[in-house]
Structure formats: C-alpha cells, structure tokens
Design a protein around this ligand. Structure first.
Ligand SMILES: Cc1cc2nc3c(=O)[nH]c(=O)nc-3n(C[C@H](O)[C@H](O)[C@H](O)COP(=O)(O)OP(=O)(O)OC[C@H]3O[C@@H](n4cnc5c(N)ncnc54)[C@H](O)[C@@H]3O)c2cc1C
Length: 314
C-alpha cells in the first residue's frame, strides 16, 4: 500500500521544502499538506506537488497551534506513516501538541537519516550541541520537526489544483487579547548567500559599520554570535540575528566568521555553509578546524585590508 507522509506548516516556502524533501528521500509516498492559517501556503503546497491539501482557516489572531486537535483528528482519519512539521517556533509547539494528542513519538529539529519499512531513523543535536542523538521510531506515527532549509527549496509555484479543502478550526483554549511587535531583524538570514558574522572579538558598536561595509561589498548581510546579541542587551543586533543551535541556522554560499572562537553551539547554525572563512587572532581557535580558509590576525587590521582589496578588485 502506498505510504502517506504529512507535511505541516504555516509557511508555503517550508511546505515546498518538505515536499521536495520527501522526493529527495527517494520515497514515492503520497504527500498530504496542511497549510495553517495561510491560504497562499496551501497554493504553494499544491504547486510543489502535494497530492492532497488542507487549508486550516484560523480565527483572526489565533496561533497556529490552535489547529492541533482538528489536525490530529484528520491525521488519525487519513492515516500517516510519517508526519513532518516545519520547525518554526510555532511549528515546534504544534509538533509537541500533536505528539501528545496522537500518543506518538517526536524528534525535534532533527534530520531524517533513514526511512525503511516501518521504521524511521533521525539524528539531532542534544546537550546544547555537544552530542548527536540518533533515534529510531519503532511504533506509532513518527513525528519529526524539520529545521528550515534542511532540503533545497524548489521554485515556488502557486496553483489551486488539486483542490484545496478548507477546514474551520475550533477557537481553541487560547484567546489572543493583544499583540505587541518586538524589534526584529529586517534581514532575511536564511535566504542570504553571504553572511558576515561577528563575535566577541569586536569591541565597539561603532565598529559594526566596518562589517556592514564588508557584507555590502559582497552582497551579503551581517549577523552575530549569541553573546554579542545577549551581552549587549540586543542593542547591537536584535534577538533573532544570532547564529547557532539556539538561534538561526543559515546555509549561505559564503560564511565569514570574524572574532568568533567557533564553539560547537555556534557552528551548529552555520555548518551547512558552502565555504566558511574564519578570521581570529588566536591560531588555536576552534573556528579554524571547521574553516575552508582561515586568516590568523587582528580583525581590526584584517577586515580593513579585506575591504581595500575587494574594492580594488572591483
Ligand atoms: C546551551 C547553549 C546554547 C548556546 N547557543 C548558542 C548559539 O545558538 N549561538 C552562539 O553563538 N553561541 C551559543 N552558545 C554560546 C557558545 O557556547 C559560545 O560561548 C559562543 O558562541 C562564543 O561566542 P564568541 O565566539 O563570540 O566569543 P568567544 O568564544 O569569546 O570568542 C571570541 C574570539 O574572538 C577572538 N578575538 C578577540 N579579539 C580579536 C581581534 N582583535 N581580532 C581577531 N580575533 C579576536 C578571540 O581569539 C576569540 O577566539 C550556547 C551555549 C550553550 C551552553
């Protein structure tokens, strides 16, 4: 019998990535997509090749997890051999609620290592990134939350074929009484082809202009390590600008790490960069073990020289 894989997200882009991922896993499973609170996401899932699409219409302001009871019921009714939930902040909460409702196992922010007959094997970071846990689901419906960009994103096409089924959700137990936006990064780190990241080796806020200039010359964006964001009280960079296991994961063509020692928790967010360049004054800094190219030197000399050379080359 043909297997059934669910892909679930509030973002069409992430649905498309997971639908592509099912193909890359070499599976011919039928894909059922659940687009939460976003009709465009449902259309993108249709364009990406889902065989069945549900659009969960949420009450205004309701969080996506409000869909979980209805969604769990549908998963039970339709059946599932694997449930993939995009690991956004909301998605991770939803995945946990679904697992509880379905009495199922959950691998959070994991990669699928193997998909065999009746068993799914995943790997994920544990102990703050110090170890990798490999888990095998042996019974129940395997639920896995998948970090964005785990799989290549295909070109996005919006269609309404196959037909999209609209599902009305119960209001749920959470009622949103107000919303307040917080300062957030305006740069799209996940999409950036070049990321210039600074660490604690940078001493002053005024120095940021130098890194922005470097990033600008390369058509990229700037980011930072967690202590840079936190210790400066998010005045240098907003909270969602730091890279790492508890921050953002990026997959650029070029990642330049400046004045960051390269601890495992940080590297977890940039290990998929195509080329990693490390710049640090300490030649024993762990960043150089993971770098394709390393420059040992004082960043206040190296970066201005790099800027000069790039300008000259242009
Ligand atoms: C559970 C947990 C989760 C974590 N999650 C994250 C995370 O998501 N992201 C993250 O970034 N961190 C995270 N951390 C923190 C992480 O362990 C490191 O402490 C942090 O990444 C170090 O930041 P850094 O490289 O900027 O600072 P440091 O480790 O202090 O490195 C600074 C570097 O700058 C160099 N330097 C100093 N001056 C100069 C100069 N003038 N020129 C050139 N080089 C210079 C030094 O040689 C040094 O190598 C986490 C930690 C834990 C325990």
């Amino acid at each position: 019998m043909q297997k059934k894989f669910w892909v679930i997200s509030e973002q069409g882009e992430l649905l498309a990535e997971m639908i592509n991922g099912v193909k890359l896993l070499g599976s011919d499973a039928a894909v059922i997509a659940a687009a939460l609170g976003c009709e465009r996401a449902a259309k993108i899932a249709a364009g990406a090749g889902a065989g069945k699409i549900y659009y969960f219409k949420l009450n205004e302001g309701a969080p996506v997890e409000a869909a979980y009871t209805r969604l769990a019921q549908l998963i039970k009714d339709e059946g599932a051999d694997l449930v993939l939930v995009a690991a956004t902040r909301r998605g991770k909460t939803l995945a946990a609620l679904l697992a509880a409702e379905l009495d199922a196992g959950l691998a959070s922010e994991a990669k699928i290592e193997e998909f065999g007959d009746g068993s799914v094997k995943t790997s994920r970071f544990v102990y703050g990134g110090l170890a990798i846990s490999t888990d095998t689901f042996v019974s129940g419906i395997p639920i896995v939350s998948i970090p964005p960009r785990t799989w290549e994103r295909p070109a996005l096409v919006e269609t309404e074929s196959p037909a999209i089924t609209e599902i009305a959700c119960d209001p749920g137990r959470v009622r949103v009484v107000g919303q307040k936006s917080r300062e957030s990064s305006t740069v799209n780190l996940e999409e950036a082809e070049v990321v210039v990241t600074i660490g604690r080796g940078v001493k002053n806020r005024e120095d940021l202009a130098m890194f922005e200039e470097l990033a600008g010359l390369l058509g990229g964006v700037t980011a930072c390590t967690r202590p840079v964001a936190e210790e400066e009280g998010y005045r240098w960079f907003p909270e969602d600008s730091y890279i790492g296991i508890s921050g953002r994961a990026v997959k650029p063509k070029l990642y330049i790490s400046i004045g960051s020692s390269g601890q495992i928790q940080h590297l977890a967010g940039c290990r998929d960069a195509k080329v990693l360049v490390g710049i640090d004054k300490n030649e024993d800094a762990p960043i150089f073990e993971s770098s394709d190219y390393g420059i040992v030197g004082d960043l206040y000399q190296v970066v201005p020289e790099l800027i000069k050379q790039i300008k000259a080359a242009k």
